[in-house]
Write a protein of this length. Structure first.
Length: 234
């Protein structure tokens, strides 16, 4: 399970997700952090909050530098309030922004970060930009991609589809559809702070419990990669 948009700007909702989901999945909850949300550099209090949160998550991922598209917006920008930070950029520009976010996040946490969640699911340059920036894998909507091993198919339940709140439940049904199409796809639950205000946390907990009843157990992303033949790095 992955929580996107982990940033002090959305502290109340991030705390609500942790309170709701930690009892369900414990240490197998991953946090996708945005260290400079919409260009706001975190101060001392924000850094402390980041560290407290990331102590609660079993894994920490980078979720962009600012999660904000600064250049000319496209269709996805309009639907997501310009959340597609990397869309339309060249590979060097993508790598630069990822590198800035990685440097800041690691400075805040004091720990190495190796995974990435593309903002608004958009990573135009693929793994090459990650490699240039010093990251090793990306958790996309349909696949877990690593520079060390073959892709792992994912079936993602995600309720936040930007400004159009009424499509939330329809979007979440894509996880069930992906499982029907590919029984090898690994279920992934994704929550966003926006889901809290929309009253969607109970729906997410329901999916978690149904998956557990079907025999699935929470696991770390690193464990999935190891089982796929990923070689450990120093």
């Amino acid at each position: 399970m992955v929580v996107h948009d982990v940033t002090p700007v959305l502290a109340r909702d991030v705390d609500a997700i942790l309170d709701c989901c930690l009892p369900e999945v414990g240490e197998f909850l991953a946090g996708a952090a945005v260290p400079c949300w919409h260009g706001q550099t975190p101060g001392a209090t924000d850094r402390q909050r980041f560290r407290r949160w990331l102590d609660q998550f079993g894994e920490t991922l980078l979720h962009g530098w600012t999660h904000w598209r600064e250049h000319r917006p496209g269709l996805i920008s309009l639907l997501t309030n310009r959340a597609d930070e990397l869309a339309g950029l060249s590979t060097p520009d993508v790598a630069e922004r990822i590198g800035r976010g990685l440097s800041l996040l690691q400075d805040i946490t004091g720990a190495a970060v190796t995974g990435f969640v593309p903002p608004a699911w958009q990573l135009p340059s693929g793994l090459e930009a990650l490699r240039q920036a010093g990251l090793e894998y990306s958790v996309g909507f349909t696949r877990l991609s690593s520079i060390h091993s073959a892709d792992i198919p994912l079936a993602t339940w995600s309720w936040d589809w930007g400004r159009i709140a009424f499509v939330s439940r329809l979007g979440a049904s894509l996880g069930s559809a992906a499982r029907l199409c590919n029984h090898r796809a690994v279920p992934v639950i994704v929550l966003h702070p926006a889901d809290v205000g929309r009253g969607l946390l109970p729906a997410a907990v329901g999916v978690i419990r149904r998956l557990k009843s079907a025999g699935w157990q929470p696991t770390r992303i690193e464990h999935l990669l190891s089982n796929a033949g990923r070689k450990p790095t120093a």
